[in-house]
Ligand binder design. Structure first.
Ligand code: CA
Length: 238
């Protein structure tokens, strides 16, 4: 969202929920908070309305008729970094993990209180407002002595500029955007090399190795980019 054009835009929330009564109570609670709310009940409508409404946040039920909320999450994430809060069933732990791996920012489990939901919505909106206002200047991701300037394509480690190749930069950005969270191998390959990449998955390990040589003080005992054995990697903010 560009800064300055509209100093106080009303935030729009897209609610994807097929349980009508629940959708209406969520709509009411959000409207009381001052949000403009659009409700849809299917994954297909979700993508259509997402593009039309350009919401500040998406609240996304996982169990939808026809298509999975996870699929919707993946497709929205392929287009934007809009905050996504997944709504999962009480026994939906696998969905929750999958949703977070696909790039959802947070989740609530049914049944949830409106108070809890509103707190999470406000937290995500605040977070994205902060990074939004930074895009007027440059967006800079900072953690563990690493500063990654997204727009200037510059990385500093403990204050010193480090030269990265484009794929190394993209990989570091993907990892830092998921600070302290697992980035699975598939997700990283998808984000850095694209969903149609069918090459050797060793490519990822080679790039991680090169990245560690550039940003870790002891590359053989990494503290910033740690391996989650069998799963992927995690950028740790120490
Ligand atoms: Ca549902």
């Amino acid at each position: 969202m560009s800064a300055g054009a509209n100093p106080d835009p009303r935030h729009r929330v897209l609610v994807v929920e097929d349980e009508r009564a629940l959708a209406e109570s969520v709509r009411y609670a959000l409207e009381v908070e001052g949000f403009d709310v659009t409700v849809v009940a299917t994954g297909r409508e979700a993508l259509e309305r997402y593009r039309a409404v350009d919401p500040s946040l998406v609240l996304l039920d996982v169990m939808l008729p026809g298509s999975s909320g996870l699929d919707v999450c993946r497709r929205i994430r392929a287009e934007s970094r809009v905050p996504i809060i997944m709504v999962t069933a009480r026994d939906g732990e696998a969905d929750t993990v999958a949703g977070l791996e696909l790039g959802a920012d947070d989740y609530v489990t049914k049944p949830f209180s409106m108070r809890e939901l509103m707190a999470r919505v406000r937290a995500q909106i605040r977070r994205s407002d902060r990074s939004g206002t930074m895009t007027g200047a440059n967006e800079v991701l900072c953690a563990s002595g690493v500063e990654l300037d997204v727009d200037a394509h510059e990385v500093r480690v403990d204050g010193e500029v480090v030269r990265l190749r484009p794929k190394e930069f993209d990989l570091l950005e993907s990892l830092m955007r998921r600070m302290n969270r697992l980035a699975t191998r598939d997700l990283l390959i998808d984000e850095v090399w694209g969903p149609s990449y069918f090459g050797d998955t060793k490519t990822l390990d080679v790039h991680i190795k090169r990245l560690r040589e550039k940003i870790e003080s002891n590359p053989s005992r990494p503290t910033r980019i740690v391996t989650e054995r069998g799963l992927g990697y995690k950028f740790v903010d120490v």
